[in-house]
Design a protein around this ligand. Sequence first.
Ligand code: C2E
Ligand code: CA
Ligand code: CA
Ligand code: CA
Length: 275
Amino acid sequence: ARAGGIGNWSVFHQQMGLVAEYRQWIESELHTAFERGDFVVHYQPQYDLLSGKVVGYEALVRWRHPERGMIPPQEFVPIAEETGMIALIGEWVLRKACADAHLMPPECSVAVNISTVQFMTKDFLSQVRGVIKATGIEPHRLELEVTETAMMQDRERAATILEELARMGISVAVDDFGTGYSNLSYLIDFTFKKLKIDQSFVRRLETDANSGAVVSTIVGLSRALGVRTIAEGVETENQATLLKAAGCEVVQGYLFGKPAPLQVRETHVEPPRRV
Ligand code: C2E
Ligand code: CA
Ligand code: CA
Ligand code: CA
């Protein structure tokens, strides 16, 4: 029997030792997929633990292949990074997310993942400026999620870019914090607004005391640096409670909402009045 979804297909290939072939297929399909308009953006809410309100949405790209179905980002983003296609896809996601921000409550920010390759592109800043101009998003509503790895490629350049983004009023969150470099000296050089606690720490929060210690330390570090903390991958009430107790301000995870297409409220138009 034929496997239905891409997930099965991918597992099948891994079992057959045909990973390379699957990679090659993705690589050859990416460009067509982009031009065909296969990519969509889903949004996952970010909750403020104090107010209990949604304060932002993270934009997460999805590849809807007409025959293969949904291909998860872990399967194509790394390949798109290798081939450089991520620069095109990433710019499109940025543009789409900034345009979609107009359909979100005005107090909500939109967080966009920036890959290392995209961050290192020569014209990255002008790309961001262009998108802001074209979409009219207020810069303070835009947040860029950048990993430590991206910032460490070229520290001097990264510091300059981060400074300029801050000057433009755009905030930056350090994504997957604690999973990249153990060298924390970059925190001194870099301008950013948030540390995003990686879900690997959140997952082990209930069972592993060390995980709790790491989370408390990150929160303490954030406070000392004057930045905010957000935790990702929150799946249980207990995790949310522990994070709140540790002083974490914002949370994101299946407990509060899975990534989903933007819910656009239909505009209500009054029917013409009978006279
Ligand atoms: P990430 O930036 O760390 O995003 C968080 C991932 O965790 C997302 O996976 C999200 O759907 C998932 N997640 C959210 N809440 C929960 C939860 O409660 N439990 C669990 N187990 N998972 C949760 P997703 O959407 O599959 O994306 C995976 C990765 O792909 C992202 O990790 C990011 O590194 C990359 N990615 C996604 N969209 C983009 C994009 O537009 N541009 C770039 N450059 N990378 C992207
Ligand atoms: Ca992210
Ligand atoms: Ca993350
Ligand atoms: Ca991650």
